[in-house]
Design a protein around this ligand. Structure first.
Ligand code: MN
Length: 290
């Protein structure tokens, strides 16, 4: 049975971190989170002139995972565990903050100096209570290593960051079952994709427009999906542009969610402990490059 669209949420424009512009469909006034996905930020697209680039300087996280997916431009990250790297278009960084990390996420030096376009996503995935204090972990996957599949008629293409689509399985290892697909749908595309019945799921349209189970969703809309074992995606044949959609979700954890800024725990006491640990430097500090 196709999952119906049970709620439609419009992403809000806002400013985050050091001043970068995002569209945020989740959380929203109508929905705090869709267990286990806590947040969806579309970063840009923004075209920086030289010297204008902004990002998120040193800040902590504890108790969940941040997943960064670049579409355009370059990000450089650096953290308190001595880890540093760059993200290029199509690359994914799946960071398990676990017990705590301090990191910075900034446009690359080249974009800072020369200007350029930045567009990407960061989503936050919750961790179950038993893993909130796990050792921090990175999975960095280059664009060329993200599995892709194309429908038989060539009109639908999917990049499989987590989960399975068109008989292709993701390479990234997730702590609990997660869905993260990027669909690119040409006019006339029509796909029915099976989904695990126990997973929550939603569709975020960030270019063009689609229909799912008879319901239209346009650029900037998040469609929450109801019960079912398939999701149906289509683009009218008379559409002028391709549509781009993230399909996100996972098996719900069913635990209490207590969030304070960059910390997501199960109780107020654990949040207070996270604040104390951060203030006392127990999540580390970023060493400046030589
Ligand atoms: Mn961060």
């Amino acid at each position: 049975m196709d999952r119906p669209v049970t709620q439609v949420i419009k992403a809000r424009h806002q400013t985050e971190g050091g001043g970068f512009k995002i569209r945020r469909p989740l959380p929203s006034a109508g929905l705090r989170y869709l267990d286990p996905v806590l947040l969806i930020d579309e970063m840009g697209p923004v075209d920086y002139r030289p010297g204008e680039g902004v990002g998120a300087p040193d800040h902590p996280h504890r108790g969940f995972e941040t997943v960064t997916y670049m579409l355009d431009g370059e990000f450089e990250h650096r953290d308190s565990a001595g880890h540093a790297g760059s993200l290029l278009p199509g690359d994914v960084q799946w960071m398990t903050a676990g017990r705590g990390i301090v990191h910075s996420e900034m446009p690359s030096t080249r974009i800072m100096e020369e200007g350029g376009r930045v567009h990407g996503f960061q989503i936050w995935v919750n961790l179950p209570a038993r893993l909130k204090m796990t050792q921090p972990r990175y999975q960095e996957v280059a664009a060329s290593s993200i599995p892709e599949a194309v429908s038989d008629d060539g009109l639908a293409r999917v990049r499989v960051i987590a989960g399975e689509a068109l008989d292709v399985s993701a390479r990234i290892d997730t702590h609990t079952p997660i869905l993260y697909h990027h669909w690119i749908l040409q006019p006339g595309a029509r796909v029915t994709q099976s989904l695990p019945i126990e997973s929550n799921a939603m569709l975020y349209v960030f270019a063009g427009a689609i229909e799912s189970a008879g319901k239209p969703l346009v650029d900037g809309e998040l469609g929450i999906l109801g019960k079912g074992d398939t999701v149906n995606l289509s683009v009218p044949v008379e559409a002028t542009d391709a549509a781009q959609v993230l399909l996100l979700g996972g098996v719900p954890l069913g635990e209490a969610v207590v969030q304070h800024g960059p910390f997501v725990m199960n109780t107020r006491e654990e949040i207070n402990q996270a604040i104390t640990d951060y203030q006392q430097g127990r999540m580390g500090v970023i060493q400046q490059a030589g």
